[in-house]
Design a protein around this ligand. Structure first.
Ligand code: CU
Length: 114
């Protein structure tokens, strides 16, 4: 009885495993991350497709900010250690930014269609 059940269920189980494998191989959802560490934005230059949400994570143990060079496109509050800031880049272009507390910290988001 149990063996019959197992034999009948096997193809369904195999199909389920195949589906799970396919799901694992699917591309990641739209999103990208910049991690702040040791007074550095990593990666310093990040290229993304239009519509991508970029999340900055402050991995340093001191506060930082993310401010667009024009001070308008995007501007975070002061991020403490472990805080995040997210911005969605709808329009293609090159967006340079810096940390207003440590202006020598700079980075760039390049938004272009692939
Ligand atoms: Cu900083």
């Amino acid at each position: 009885m149990l063996q019959t059940l197992l034999r009948r269920a096997a193809p369904a189980l195999l199909a389920a495993v195949a589906l799970i494998s396919l799901a694992a191989a699917a591309p990641a959802p739209q999103g990208a991350q910049v991690t702040i560490g040791n007074f550095t934005f990593g990666p310093a230059v990040l290229t993304v497709a239009p519509g991508t949400t970029v999340t900055w994570l402050n991995g340093d143990d001191i506060p930082h900010t993310i401010v667009a060079d024009d001070k308008r496109a995007f501007r975070s509050k002061v991020l403490d250690s472990g805080d995040r800031f997210a911005f969605t880049f709808a329009q293609p272009g090159t967006y340079a930014y810096f940390c207003s507390i440590h202006p020598h910290m700079t980075g760039k988001i390049v938004v272009k269609a692939r």
